[in-house]
Design a protein around this ligand. Sequence first.
Ligand code: NAP
Length: 419
Amino acid sequence: MKQNIINARVTFRNSPIHVLEKFTIKNIDNAYEEFKKHSGLDECVIIQTCNRIELFGKSKEYDVDKIRKTWASLTGLDEETFKENLELVENQEALHHLLKLTSGLDSMVVGEEQILGQIKNSITSARNTKASGRHLNTLFDKAIRIGTRIRNSSGIGRGGISVGSMAVKLAEENIDELKFKKTLLIGTGEVSTLVAKSLQRRGYDFAVTSRTLERSKAFCETMGGNPVKFEEVLSGFENYDVLFVATTAPYFLVTYDRIIKAMKQNKKGMMILDLSNPRTVDEKVATIAGVKLMNLDQIAEMVEKNMTARLNKVKTVENIINEEVSVLEASMKRLDAEPLVKDVFKNIDSLRAKELQKALQMLDEKDEKKIKIIEELTKAVVESIVSTPMNNIRKASEQGDPDILETASKLFDYKKQAD
Ligand SMILES: NC(=O)c1ccc[n+]([C@@H]2O[C@H](COP(=O)([O-])OP(=O)(O)OC[C@H]3O[C@@H](n4cnc5c(N)ncnc54)[C@H](OP(=O)(O)O)[C@@H]3O)[C@@H](O)[C@H]2O)c1
């Protein structure tokens, strides 16, 4: 009866971004079906961000090889590739990892907020498509609540460090007098917002473009910057010295030809920061003299350096997670016993109600006060007889003792429903 929670993941921690992106699952709904059909998982949640592709699953029995095989068939990758990049943990370690995710401890930029939103979106869509069920829904709801509480109490996210601010810092470190450079932001999404916030906070002017001018205008009204037409940008990169590129375009927007053309217009240099994954800047532009290209991997390195400053908070959060994980584990294990406990209570209560009605009819009792007293008596008797064995069943479940659950199911003639 014991259920396992597993986590299989490929993240920026063990794979550089260009390797990581190969593990991306394109059709999530189809992936849910495939994992359920072929890997022995009966609940799944996929979390996919630019820094990680993670599968959480629930099952009584699962097969790591089959998980790998299914994932490989979904991505067209060789199974061998998974041996190097895929990490797999189960139960307590999987819960621990999920708490690290929700509290921001496993993020490239420790404490960043986006991951929490991404996890909420993942569980909402898994829930809507019924890819997840009672176990993973409960687990994620709890982990999101705990993560939010940890963030608030530890202040891990305070100080405004984000992918955006790190990118701006990287530009500052690599360019003299960023203030006097012409800066362009391509994209008006979540990451662009973080870059714009950071540029704005530091007092830099910048232009903003996205496919529709209206969207750029609306973005600039709240985030600052000057909107420019997309077509003008694509044909005139020579007008800019620094590019921040954060789009989900499935092809290169900043191509070799466009940048070589720009550099021919007497430009001294250009710095391009590609925050996109998959990349939207052709890596070949780095071979053009005077062009410096940086991507998410370099930001990861920079974040690593910044981490030392946050180590104290990280330690605090780790301690809280270590305490929370056992509470979370106990409540997940208790879930195994809940259907049985609920069923027993329901059956006994309907017997109680039936016998009560019989007795009241025989007594021909009409006095509401007396009826109430008799009813309360029946409830108290049932409660005092049933609550101890039921609590013991819950405790056995918490302590991972499936034998007691099996025995109790037989004793109470409980037929397990499909989870
Ligand atoms: N969110 C994170 O935590 C995070 C962290 C690091 C890196 N990243 C990476 O950063 C990139 C942007 O992420 P995001 O979260 O900001 O995404 P987002 O909020 O969905 O925004 C996507 C942006 O891409 C633009 N876009 C989409 N298709 C395009 C195309 N064909 N040509 C030009 N522009 C296009 C959209 O602009 P219009 O539709 O208005 O034209 C929009 O501005 C992604 O590659 C992501 O993997 C994300």
